[in-house]
Design a protein around this ligand. Structure first.
Ligand SMILES: [Zn+2]
Length: 280
């Protein structure tokens, strides 16, 4: 991929502020106060640590906020917007989409979009599906509601386009489980959530190795993190160390998903198209 201004690769830090809605997939969880407090920590202590870290490193990042989180705590969006980081759509109650019809999904898109507009003052340009799963019809819904990019799929190391319905395309800026803090750090005993609590040093090595590979290949390093996990003290220190390492390499474009989309729509960034395959 040829990145703008002769850059070698792109780096995007993204944060999914799921907070309490990370656990609302199960009715019983709504009365588990300790479990929910993990989410509270994320939108308070964790988010504040992240915002400070970004300011100290003079970086912009993407924040995806479920509509219900915006309504529970309007200061979430206010604190992010105050620092000029773009806000994206991440469902309303962080609903998984794969069981939903077009109409049910549309209702969630509208509710989440309105909540962001209420507190951020603008409609979101970016979309990230809860749990990173979308339906075949989702891109056309995104086009209908003026989204400019999606960041939920895993089909490449660099941005590409997918079908947005009516012969339109929408930009996909891909993610990967490899670059997600959930698999490394998420844990709850009851209900059982997550896998194991990894050491920050191990996660540093995992992410640095992928950064080094993508640096060599000219890829797009999109790191996805959750304030309730990465916002813990030891992990923020690890992220700070990783940022310093990435900054020490020449030719790294620290950017946002929104800026990547702007370069694509202005014609400065050329990407390939990848249609959905039909298996039935
Ligand atoms: Zn999420």
């Amino acid at each position: 991929m040829k990145w703008p201004n002769g850059k070698q690769m792109a780096v995007v830090l993204s944060f999914d502020v799921d907070a309490e809605t990370a656990f609302t997939f199960n009715e019983k969880n709504k009365s588990r106060m300790s479990l929910l407090s993990i989410g509270t920590y994320g939108r308070t202590v964790g988010l504040n640590r992240i915002l400070t870290l970004l300011s100290e490193n003079d970086l912009k990042a993407n924040f995806f906020v479920p509509g219900a989180v915006a309504n529970i705590d309007p200061t979430v969006i206010e604190r992010i917007v105050e620092k000029n980081h773009p806000i994206g759509h991440h469902g309303y109650f962080h609903e998984r989409l794969d069981d939903l019809t077009f109409e049910e999904e549309e209702e969630i898109i509208v509710k989440g979009r309105e909540a962001i507009k209420k507190y951020a003052g603008y409609y979101p340009e970016g979309y990230r599906a809860p749990l990173w799963e979308i339906n075949r019809h989702t891109p056309s819904l995104l086009k209908k509601y003026d989204f400019r990019f999606d960041s939920s799929l895993m089909g490449n190391d660099v941005p590409y386009t997918i079908d947005g319905g009516h012969n339109e395309k929408i930009l996909e800026i891909p993610v990967t489980w490899l670059l997600d803090d959930w698999e490394q750090f998420a844990f709850s005993a009851e209900p059982p959530i997550g896998f194991s609590i990894e050491e920050p040093d191990k996660v540093y090595r995992l992410w640095k190795a992928e950064f080094d590979g993508l640096y060599q290949d000219g890829g797009c390093f999109v790191l996805t993190m959750h304030p309730q996990l990465i916002g813990r003290s030891s992990r923020i220190n690890m992220l700070n160390e990783l940022i310093h390492y990435m900054k020490s390499k020449p030719g790294v474009w620290f950017t946002t998903l929104n800026e990547i989309e702007e370069k694509w729509s202005s014609g400065e960034l050329k990407v390939e198209h990848s249609p959905f395959i039909q298996l039935d």
